[in-house]
Design a protein around this ligand. Structure first.
Ligand SMILES: C[C@H](O)[C@H](O)[C@H]1CNC2=NC(N)=NC(=O)C2=N1
Length: 94
């Protein structure tokens, strides 16, 4: 079953632990820059494994050495604990 959407105050609380993520509409977003394309792709591969294990999949945008990640829970129509949990796991593998 889809997890419940978080309230705005729950979202604010969880965002405090994620200094590089920004709230954007119904999602959280992080922009990253690497030395080159291969570094960016290697990072994407690392998070692909994490995401698939969590059965939670970020939207991933890549242009050369830049990667933009967007997390939201489509099944719930907004942000849930799954987005914040995965964001924290992603931050650990950078
Ligand atoms: C059936 C499957 O578990 C769902 O479709 C999962 C897969 N990955 C997902 N990823 C994201 N970001 N949001 C979801 O709602 C979602 N749902």
């Amino acid at each position: 079953m889809a997890p419940p959407k978080l309230s705005s105050s729950e979202i604010e609380t969880r965002l405090q632990d994620l200094e590089d993520w920004r709230l954007e509409g119904d999602a959280i977003k992080r922009k990253l820059e690497f030395d080159d394309f291969l570094e960016a792709i290697e990072f994407i591969n690392r998070i692909a494994t994490l995401a698939d294990s969590a059965d939670h999949h970020p939207e991933i945008f890549n242009v050369y050495n830049r990667v933009e990640l967007l997390l939201t829970t489509h099944d719930s129509g907004g942000l849930t604990h799954k987005d914040f949990d995965l964001a924290q796991e992603i931050d650990r593998v950078i």
